[in-house]
Design a protein around this ligand. Structure first.
Ligand code: PXP
Length: 248
């Protein structure tokens, strides 16, 4: 079995910087430095860095993406909405991987993943354009059989299953968390059977990581909030190393 990959989402490091430097993120005083954060995450055992350039630029800025892309030996997974502006940025900047995520209410399914079924043609064209640019495309979706089939139909090689509903219920509502976990497991099996690479993420923390890693056929977990929160106490490198341990 190949080693489970860990993508570390550093958006919330940018959230901290923007809390003070929203209008001046290029100031020499602006901190934390996202490049240093990414390097510390890699030193702690991250296999790649995940960032979400949002349409409202609430955390990551365009210049951050350019800076991160210039880091040697750093695989960048860019999360983006399926809009003309964002797709143009991805095609220009060519990250190794791109994950299409919903940003507006109408694109969101019940649990919060991208509604491929409802936006089939737009997603299909975007997957095709990004793939032709040499970018590995994944789709952030619920573990819903119809959405998984649609991921295949639009030509995506990878999906990222939304673990948020399970993670929210974990340790709070046993019945719901078990039900959600079974749904995730079934989604992993279905997607793997159809030939998709299966990633997962959202709401994974130091407590539930041991369970998340048991999902069948999982290739990569993307984890952000919990690691950045832990980094406030122990530093980014140790926070990532602790997560690696939790996933081992
Ligand atoms: N995967 C995707 C597609 C996301 O949008 C996010 C949140 O930005 C994550 C993973 C990480 O979620 P969390 O911050 O809850 O770990």
């Amino acid at each position: 079995m190949s080693k489970l990959r860990l993508g570390v989402n550093i958006d919330h490091a940018a959230t901290v910087r923007q809390a003070r430097y929203r209008d001046d993120h290029l100031s020499p005083h602006a901190e934390p430095n996202l490049i240093a954060i990414a390097q510390a995450a890699l030193a702690g055992g991250a296999d790649g860095i995940t960032v979400h350039l949002r349409e409202d630029r609430r955390h990551l800025q365009d210049s951050d993406l350019a800076d991160l892309l210039s880091l040697p030996n750093c695989r960048i997974n860019l999360e983006l909405a399926c809009t003309e502006e964002m797709v143009a940025i991805a095609l220009r900047s060519k990250p190794a991987a791109a994950c299409l995520v919903p940003e507006s209410r109408q694109e969101i399914t019940t649990e919060g993943g991208l509604n491929i079924v409802g936006h089939f043609e737009r997603v299909r064209k975007t997957v095709s354009a990004l793939t032709h640019a040499g970018i590995e495309v994944s789709l952030f979706i619920d573990a819903d059989p119809g959405q998984i089939e649609a991921a295949i139909a639009v030509g995506a090689p990878v999906i990222e299953l939304h673990t948020g509903a399970w993670a929210r219920a974990y340790g709070v509502d046993t019945e719901k968390s078990q039900r959600e976990f079974e749904r995730l497991k079934a989604g992993c099996v279905q997607a793997h059977r159809l030939g998709l690479i299966v990633n997962a993420g959202h709401g994974i923390n130091y407590v539930n990581a041991k369970i998340a890693r048991q999902l069948p056929h999982i290739h990569e977990l993307n984890i952000g909030h919990s690691i950045v929160a832990r980094a406030l106490l122990v530093g980014m490198q140790s926070a990532v190393a602790e997560m690696r341990l939790a996933l081992s």
